[in-house]
Design a protein around this ligand. Sequence first.
Ligand code: BGC
Length: 339
Amino acid sequence: MKSRLSSFLKLPAGAVALVFACAWPLLAGDAFQQNARLGRGVNLLGWDAVWQDRARGKVKDIHFKLIREAGFQHVRINLHPLRDGKPDANGQLREEFFKTMDWAVDQALSNGLLVILDYHDDLAISPDPAGKQKEFLESWAAIAEHSKGRPDTVLFEILNEPAAKFTHESWDAYWRAALAVIRKTNPSRTVIIGPDMWNNVGELDSLKLPAEDRNIIATVHYYNPFPFTHQGTPWTGQKDKLGVTWMGTAAELQAMEKDFAKVAVWARQNNRPIYIGEFGTYEKADMASRARWTAEVARQFEKQGWSWGCWQFADNFAVFDTGTQKWVEPIRDALIPRR
Ligand code: BGC
């Protein structure tokens, strides 16, 4: 085939082989193209009862259809392989875990949504990275092997918000080990990696991606100003600090622009696409401020060419109310403006 092609192109076979070798990384998946396809997305399933019992899940088949119809292009599925997969001594995950994961992936793909398999067990790993590394790598090996036949519209995210006992150095070694495991079975899978310190928007400078692997999207999360987005959350020490508004004043916008400028500089210097994998506001903030902030950040991300996944579909910070089975319209419209 190569020789026929080379005679057709009137080029020596060696030259044709060289062209193929150079073009292969592009054919195998371009991270910028992949990021453009991700576009607008939504996080889901992290705390859904579906992981314990399929019948009790709040998120059902219909919701994937609704998500697509609302204009979202991808879902970031928040997986807890340690909590829900319960690895055995050989690192094998429960069959039930894979069944539920496959259900979610199938639902997303059949509705035209891209999928990010986000390893969201940071709370189990961050307090003891070294102690958990074996389970972490084995569970990644199992997920990667299980999902290797999936199309390129399924992406892997190595670990959500590494923090606590991680340092820049230990996180660097940690994700490199996981990437090596993933690449054994998924050489052309697009992989998402963020900096430690909760994927904080200000921490990208510490992320040094391998020059030879271009099929990587860098990710950060955006929750600034934290006292506004997280007011009333019991898990952050902001429980009683209510009444913080976001009016879009010049000072507020400037602070935001400063955050984004740092990301833009890093992205340019490192020539990597950016995915804002989480951003959102808790229900205790006033709705007008929440909608204002959400619309502002989403449009800013888009202006920069960054894809985004809002936090989150149901539960809290929610864009959909599974009680009434209705969208939280001011948030949905802020995320995806009606034409
Ligand atoms: C955490 C959630 C939390 C959210 C906003 C996520 O990364 O996993 O538990 O609700 O960030 O704080």
